[in-house]
Design a protein around this ligand. Structure first.
Ligand code: PLP
Length: 393
């Protein structure tokens, strides 16, 4: 494997996979790895799900791209499906999570501009991650991702995640706030959940309603069944004005979506925003196939069962060492002691246990297995993790 011509933007692991099927990845010599990361929360239906593969193959042989200068039947169908699942009014299709968020953040500008604001501000959270385009990076908290890029910090007010009093204080301190942008569970930031869980979203919405701000939820990672509901906000009574998603939306096919309702319903008109590729017949058919599988199966229910099984078994075995778990559905954080050296965990899991995991927030093992992981595979995830961790405790 040579990376000579690739910019060194990633510290890649010394392995590459040539084939994937369900919960498994295979190297050239056919060694099988149990994938508890799914391409960072992307292949929620597992690798190469037959229905998604069929959709890609059929559409690739029929029509791939025409541009948004023309009607796109599959885009209409995918839009209806997604808006139905999300309980939103309409959608703009983009090609990634950052692009979906860029559309959402652009909307805050227009929303404020229409009200005559000079320097509108968006409230975002500490430990947030919203992507790496300039505006989504500015909304992101991660100092490593931001360093050197002259982020547009005047446009954002950052408050602690889960702290509703900090929002109320910001409302007193600034008179040019126009939106709140939040992840229901912070994925990249360490699988953080608010102390009062999804009720936090209802509190945020109440603040937005009180001040006429846009309530915007980033479900790039938590969407498409990852937390056990189609969208994580549906665990609450909250209703966003803007909802973004990507990752599981295409099960590995690059696509993102920015949906609107309520106060954001009629913000964008012809010419406000665009994308040459957004919502091609191919991407849209893939989105529709994922929706079909998610809504015509019990995958979300079984994902909750398997997620609970993994969390419970891990904490039953390890709570004596101060290890706990957090998350929802198949978005699972195994929280290790802060004093533990976690720098080798990913490599040891891969090389010694043939298990693909990720560590985030310094000391949280992040598990994002396929939603349709079987009980036998869940047991193997647990067994391999215990084999990994027990000698280190
Ligand atoms: C919550 C959230 N928002 C946005 C993004 C950016 O998505 P993408 O990498 O597709 O641009 C990510 C990626 O990890 C994410 O987790």
């Amino acid at each position: 494997m040579s990376a000579t011509y690739l910019m060194p933007t990633y510290n890649r692991q010394p392995i590459s996979f040539t084939r994937g099927s369900g919960s498994w990845l295979y190297t050239q010599d056919d060694t099988a790895y149990l994938d508890a990361l799914t391409g960072i929360a992307v292949c929620g239906l597992g690798h190469c799900h037959p229905k998604v593969t069929e959709a890609i193959q059929q559409q690739a042989a029929t029509l791939v791209h025409t541009s948004n200068l023309f009607g796109i039947d599959w885009q209409e169908r995918a839009g209806e499906a997604l808006c139905t699942a999300a309980q939103m009014d309409s959608v703009f299709f983009a090609n990634s999570g950052a692009e979906a968020n860029e559309a959402a953040l652009k909307m805050t500008r227009l929303y404020a501009y229409n009200q005559g604001f000079k320097r509108p501000k968006v409230i975002v959270m500490e430990q947030s991650f919203h992507g790496r385009t300039l505006l989504s990076l500015s909304a992101t908290a991660n100092p490593k991702a931001r360093e050197g890029f002259f982020t547009l910090d005047d446009d954002f007010i950052r408050v602690p995640f889960g702290d509703i009093e900090a929002i109320k204080q910001a409302a007193k301190d600034f008179d040019d706030i126009c939106a709140i942008f939040v992840e229901p569970i912070q994925g990249e930031g360490g699988l953080n959940t608010a102390d009062n869980g999804f009720v936090y979203l209802e509190q945020l919405q109440a603040e937005c309603d009180a001040h006429n701000w846009l309530f915007m939820i980033d479900e790039v990672q938590t969407g498409n069944g990852r937390t056990g509901k189609y969208f994580a906000y549906q665990h609450s009574k909250a209703r966003p004005d803007v909802l973004t998603t990507a990752k599981g939306l295409g099960n590995g096919f690059p696509v993102g979506a920015c949906m609107v309702s309520g106060r954001a319903k009629n913000l964008f008109g012809a010419g406000s925003h665009g994308s040459t590729y957004g919502g091609t017949p191919l991407a849209s058919r893939v989105v529709h196939s994922v929706y079909d599988v998610l809504t015509n199966s019990d995958i979300m229910e079984s994902s909750v069962r398997e997620g609970q099984f993994i969390r419970k078994t891990m904490t039953d075995e390890l709570q004596q060492y101060g290890i706990s778990s957090r998350g929802a559905g198949t978005m699972i954080g195994i929280v290790l002691p802060e004093t533990m050296d976690c720098s080798q965990l990913v490599d040891l899991a891969r090389d010694e246990q043939k298990l693909i995991i990720n560590v985030t927030g310094g000391h949280v093992i992040r598990l994002l297995p396929p939603l349709n992981i079987s009980r036998n595979e869940s047991e193997q995830v647990v067994e391999r993790l215990l084999n990994l961790l027990k000698p280190l405790l």
